[in-house]
Design a protein around this ligand. Structure first.
Ligand code: SAM
Length: 501
C-alpha cells in the first residue's frame, strides 16, 4: 500500500485536466468549479492551460458550486460565461421554503456569506477601477438590510406564450406568468409559490391570476411574433398601508373581450379589499419589450392610482411610474448615512445659509429629509420623470415642507440652462440610475464647484468610473459606506462623501 500523501498526489495528477486555450471558444459549454467571487456576483473558475491559469467568470454563481456555463466572450487570459445550470450546489447552500427565481440567484447562500463576498469584491473593484488605493481606510462599514426576506416593494411579472420549465432550458408553447428565465428575454418561468422577496399572500396565489387570464381565451404575449394581449403585471406595495397597487399591461387587441370588473374581483378575492390599494390597466401596443406605463394610456379600474409609504417620519405618495427605493426599511438606513455625510460636510463649511442640490431626486425623499437641517437655506431637486416631480411637490406639501424647488428636467440640460447655480451650491447629492452619470452631465456637476458631493450609487462600478473624473477635478473621496439594499442578488448600494481639495 502507498503512503497516504503519495496516494493523494497521484489522485490529483489523475484528475487535473489541462485545457487548450484555443478550444476555450465562444459558445463552448464547460463544467466548472467555482472557487472565488469577483464584483457583480461573478463566480470565478480557474482552468490550467498550456499558457498558465485561465480565468472564467460565471455570472450569478457562488464559490463551492459546480456549474455548466457557456462562454460568451473570450479574451487572451480570461473569458466570460453564462450560467446554464448549477450541477452541484455549494456545501453552504441551504434548502429554502421559497420558489427560486432568476432575480435572486444567491437566495440559498447564507446572508453572512453574501455580505463577505459583496464587501470584499466591491472594495477590490474600487481599488482596481477607481484607482482608490486607500479605500479600506475610508470604508466606514457595511449596512445590512433590516429584512432579508419579503423586503421588496415592487415586482414586475411577465406574461409569455412561451413557458420555460423551472430550472431547465426546456421551452414549450403555454400560457406563462412569472419571471423571464435568466439571461434571455422570451420564455417565462411560472411563479407558482412565494419567492420570499415580495408579498407572500400575492405570490402564493399568483397562479390564480394566470389561470384567470388564460381562461379569458386572450393570448399571452408571443415573443416570436411580438403580438398577444397580456404583457406585464406590475405590483407596487406600501409597507405602511400594507396594501398593493396593480398595473395590468396589455395590448388593445381584444380589449373588448376582457372583463376588467371580473379581474378586479379576482384581486379582491386574493388579497381581501383592505389590501387592494388600486388597480390600473395600461395599454401598450408597441412591439418593444418594455413595460411602458404611460399615464395617458392608463385607466384606473379600482381604488387609488397611488400608494403611500412612510420613511423616517415623512410620508410619500408614490405613483406607478415614479422611482422609489425598492427596499424601504433599508432605504431609511441608506438615507440616514447620506444625510450624515451631507451634515458632516455642512459642518465643515461652517455656513448657516447653504444651498443644496438633490440631483436625480425621484420623489424628493432626500431633499425633504435634508430640509430638516437648520444650516440649509435653499434646496433644489431635479429629476427627469415629470410624475416623480409632481409626486415630490405633493409629498413636500403633505409633509408641511416649504421652499424646496423641484424641476422636471434632464440633469445635464438643467445645469446647462441654469448657470446661475455655479459657485452657489454647498453640497450636491447625486443619486443617478444604474448606468451612472453621463460624462457631459458629470462635467456640468463639476462646473458647479460645490465644496462637497454625496454620491449614492446602486452600481458602484459606474461610481468608480465617475470617481476617477471627480478625482481629476480635485474631489477626494473621504468616506464610503456600503448598504445591502438587495439581499440575495449581486447588487449593492454605496455612498461616498467627496470633499473638494
Ligand atoms: C436611483 S433613482 C434615485 C431617486 C431618489 N434619489 C430616491 O432615493 O428615491 C434615480 C433617479 O434618476 C432619474 N433620472 C434618470 N436619468 C435622469 C436624467 N438624465 N436627469 C434627471 N433625472 C434622471 C430617475 O427618474 C430616477 O428617479
Amino acid at each position: 500500500m502507498w503512503p497516504a500523501a503519495l496516494r493523494a498526489c497521484c489522485i490529483q495528477i489523475a484528475i487535473k485536466k489541462t485545457y487548450k486555450t484555443a478550444k476555450l471558444k465562444k459558445g463552448t459549454t464547460l463544467e466548472l468549479d467555482i472557487v472565488d467571487m469577483a464584483f457583480g456576483g461573478k463566480g470565478i473558475a480557474k482552468l490550467p492551460t498550456e499558457n498558465g491559469e485561465f480565468i472564467v467568470f460565471v455570472n450569478n454563481s457562488i464559490p463551492g458550486q459546480k456549474v455548466a456555463a457557456r462562454i460568451t466572450k473570450k479574451k487572451k487570459r480570461f473569458a466570460e460565461a453564462k450560467l446554464i445550470k448549477v450541477l452541484q450546489p455549494a456545501a453552504e447552500e441551504t434548502e429554502l421554503p421559497y420558489q427560486r427565481i432568476p432575480g435572486a440567484p444567491f437566495a440559498a447562500w447564507p446572508i453572512e456569506k453574501q455580505r463577505t463576498a459583496k464587501e470584499q469584491s466591491t472594495l477590490e473593484m474600487f481599488k482596481r477601477l477607481g484607482e482608490w488605493e486607500n479605500v479600506e481606510e475610508v470604508f466606514e462599514g457595511y449596512i445590512a438590510s433590516p429584512k432579508s426576506w419579503h423586503y421588496r416593494n415592487k415586482m414586475e411579472y411577465s406574461f409569455s406564450s412561451l413557458r420555460s420549465e423551472l430550472g431547465t432550458e426546456e421551452e414549450s408553447w403555454d400560457f406563462a406568468l412569472g419571471f423571464k428565465r435568466r439571461g434571455q428575454w422570451w420564455a417565462v418561468e411560472n411563479l407558482d409559490a412565494d419567492s420570499g422577496l415580495f408579498d407572500e399572500q400575492l405570490e402564493s396565489q399568483l397562479f390564480r391570476i394566470r389561470e384567470f387570464c388564460e381562461k379569458t381565451g386572450l393570448p399571452a404575449w408571443d415573443p416570436a411574433k411580438s403580438e398577444g394581449f397580456f404583457r406585464f403585471l406590475v405590483v407596487r406595495k406600501s409597507f405602511a398601508q400594507d396594501a398593493l397597487l396593480f398595473n395590468l399591461v396589455t395590448t388593445s387587441k381584444g380589449l373588448d373581450q376582457f372583463d376588467q370588473a371580473a379581474f378586479v374581483d379576482l384581486l379582491k378575492d386574493i388579497l381581501g379589499e383592505d389590501r387592494l390599494a388600486g388597480v390600473l390597466h395600461s395599454l401598450n401596443d408597441e412591439v418593444g419589450d418594455a413595460v411602458k406605463q404611460l399615464p395617458e394610456n392608463q385607466k384606473l379600474l379600482y381604488g387609488e392610482p397611488k400608494v403611500v409609504e412612510e420613511l423616517l417620519g415623512l410620508s410619500f405618495e408614490i405613483s406607478m411610474q415614479s422611482f422609489f427605493q425598492t427596499n424601504p426599511a433599508c432605504a431609511e438606513l441608506l438615507y440616514q448615512r447620506a444625510i450624515a455625510y451631507a451634515e458632516e460636510a455642512m459642518a465643515k463649511l461652517g455656513q448657516e445659509d447653504l444651498w443644496v442640490m438633490d440631483l436625480f431626486c425621484g420623489t424628493g425623499t432626500i431633499a425633504q429629509l435634508l430640509s430638516r437641517s437648520p444650516k440649509i437655506q435653499k434646496i433644489i431637486g431635479v429629476d427627469i420623470v415629470p410624475e416623480a416631480i409632481e409626486d415630490a411637490a405633493k409629498n413636500a406639501a403633505r409633509n408641511n415642507i416649504e421652499g424646496i424647488e423641484f424641476y422636471a428636467a434632464d440633469v445635464r440640460k438643467f445645469l446647462w440652462e441654469y448657470p446661475q447655480f455655479k459657485q452657489k451650491i454647498g453640497v450636491i447629492v447625486l443619486d443617478p440610475p444604474r448606468g451612472g452619470i453621463v460624462p457631459k452631465a458629470l462635467k456640468r456637476v463639476i462646473e458647479l464647484e460645490a465644496p462637497a458631493i454625496v454620491y449614492i450609487s446602486c452600481n458602484p462600478a459606474t461610481q468608480a468610473r465617475d470617481s476617477l473624473v471627480l478625482k481629476e477635478a480635485g474631489y477626494e473621496a473621504v468616506k464610503l459606506s456600503l448598504v445591502d439594499q438587495f439581499p440575495h442578488t449581486s447588487h449593492i448600494e454605496s455612498v461616498i462623501l467627496y470633499l473638494k481639495k
